[in-house]
Design a protein around this ligand. Structure first.
Ligand code: F6P
Length: 384
């Protein structure tokens, strides 16, 4: 048995459906099962830097299972090892880990439950190196965390994206248009792949499979020849043309993940229209994929993960990430998930199944000469 009496819990990175389900499960399992105290850290690691840490009661975590967002608040702007302060109007990096360690000691926290994605796990890795026991819980709508088959939040994001694709389907058919839905996912195409397959999208574009714009145009034209006067395209925000670059909305060097993707859907819409004459529209789904009520699968997964985090702690485990492998909840070294991204293998069974039912991934016909990409952007690779 571990000598643990009080734990801290924080949510880091982008908000994600199911965060409150995890906070609830962590707090109730700890209180009811092990008589532990749970303290909530506000706004991710920022709360550790600024000493915003407060006890959580059963009342605090009642009635939050179905609630979107996070009752603790979150931030994707703070890694204490590389904390930005303004010096003479210029942002400069400082390591404020020691300040956080003091606040952890002052609050008598024996361990931290850190709920987040790869950036948050890299923040946790810093505390692990300073001797703080951190148990990670994998969160992200992108489903791109190493070590786990699935993250909570992904199922809800896919459900939202699928519904959007279903809705544009009838509009596209009525107007004889090509319709693009751009979905989130950063450099991983999991949301696009799953929502695209679930909605029967005709074209799915993933960051992992660079597309050939002429192949897509030919596909749209070919469909019209066979009486299908509309085309549905599900495009990942990280999709890029063969030999080309991703479309970047913004680069903010003061955040741990400085590259904000977005806009490729509109670029492709214009190109399809030019090349085929088919009227094309694009809907960028954005943060509606992240907000709102979690679907049942994410409530269940969040509850399982939160409970497993407490069980791992009480079994004396240190520095583990709770994961789902197959149908089993287990744990792996937390460092495995820090700053790495699990992308879609190009021969993933779901990619093969989609191809088998006639879905295009925008790749050129075999042996065809491909043209140079005409998407220009100031893309830079994601550090880490
Ligand atoms: O990682 C989750 C995610 O929603 C990505 O899919 C997206 O690229 C990014 O966060 C958007 O970040 P922000 O909320 O800072 O706009």
């Amino acid at each position: 048995m571990a000598d643990i009496r009080r734990i801290g819990v924080l949510t880091g990175g982008g908000d994600c459906p199911g965060l409150n389900a995890v906070i609830r499960a962590v707090t109730k399992s700890a209180m009811f099962g092990h008589d532990l105290e749970v303290w909530g850290i506000e706004d991710a690691f920022l709360g550790l830097v600024q000493n915003r840490i407060r006890p959580l009661t059963n009342t605090d975590v009642s009635n939050i299972l179905t609630l979107g967002g996070t009752i603790l608040g979150t931030s994707n702007r703070c890694n204490p090892a590389e904390y930005f302060v303004e010096v003479n109007g210029e942002p400069q990096k400082r390591d404020v880990t020691d300040r956080c360690l003091e606040h952890i000691a002052h609050a008598n926290l024996d361990a931290l439950v850190v709920i987040g994605g790869d950036g948050t796990m890299s923040g946790a890795a810093n505390f692990v190196r300073h001797g703080i026991n951190c148990i990670g819980v994998p969160k992200t709508i992108d489903n791109d965390l190493e070590g786990t088959d699935v993250t909570f939040g992904f199922a809800t994001a896919c459900a939202v994206a699928t519904e959007a694709l279903d809705r544009v389907h009838t509009s596209a058919a009525s107007h004889h248009r090509a319709m693009i839905v751009e979905v989130m996912g950063r450099n991983a195409g999991w949301i696009a792949l799953h929502a695209g397959v679930a909605s029967g999208a005709d074209v799915i574009l993933l960051p992992e499979i660079p597309y050939d714009i002429q192949a897509i145009a030919d596909f749209v034209t070919e469909r019209s020849r066979h009486g299908k006067r509309f085309t549905i395209l599900c495009v990942s925000e990280g999709a890029k043309p063969l030999g080309g670059r991703q479309v970047v909305q913004e680069i903010d060097p003061t955040v741990p993940d400085p590259v904000r993707l977005g806009g490729v859907g509109n670029v492709i819409a214009e190109q399809i229209e030019q090349r085929t004459g088919v009227e094309t529209r694009c809907t960028v789904l954005g943060h509606v994929q992240r907000g709102g009520t979690p679907c049942p699968a994410d409530r269940i997964l969040g509850t399982q993960f939160g409970h497993a985090a407490i069980e791992a702690l009480m079994a004396g485990k240190r520095d583990r990430l709770i994961v789902m492998q197959g149908l089993t909840v287990t744990d792996v070294d937390i460092l495995r998930a820090a700053d790495t991204q699990r992308t879609v293998p190009v021969d993933h069974p779901l990619v093969r199944a989609a191809r088998a039912v006639g879905t295009s991934f925008g790749d050129p016909p075999p042996h065809a000469a491909t043209e140079t990409a005409d998407v220009e952007s100031d893309y830079r690779t994601v550090p880490g």
